[in-house]
Design a protein around this ligand. Sequence first.
Ligand SMILES: [Zn+2]
Length: 175
Amino acid sequence: MNACCAQPLDAIAAGQHHEESCCLVTEKTPAPAKAACPASGTLSRKIQRRTLEHLLKPEKLGSLRRVQYYYCKEPTCNVVYFSNENVPFFTTDDVAVKVFVKDQGDDVPVCYCFNWTRARIKQEIRETKKSTAAMEIAREIKAGNCACDIKNPKGECCLGEVNTFVKDAASAATA
Ligand SMILES: [Zn+2]
């Protein structure tokens, strides 16, 4: 078992899940660490190829090239994956799942591995005044069941977004 999964559950749930030493296996490539999105100019981090292989719509896989791709996290930009080499980029229409930061719908997952949608978290908060999402996700991480690198469009752990969303949803519910 690796370093991060040895962390206590509540630490993982609180977002102290150090992916760099755990599940986030960044491919070592000579490409620059960051690149600017061709549409929004947003400085974007590298994304692993296998994330695209799993999340692009099947008919788009033919456009996937052997280059370094980057993930644009800009909410208002419809480009999801791009390369700074001269190859086609991929938009929200090319990705098989809805991208959390770029789609405000209630049916959009915050956690893609265990299907915690905005609606599911809001409903739990309405019914019980709290959310078990982060702890449930932490439990699954500890059990080795998460696959953020291929299920989450950003290719990383969702717990940061989950905790932020739970906080916002809880304060909206009491407002
Ligand atoms: Zn962009």
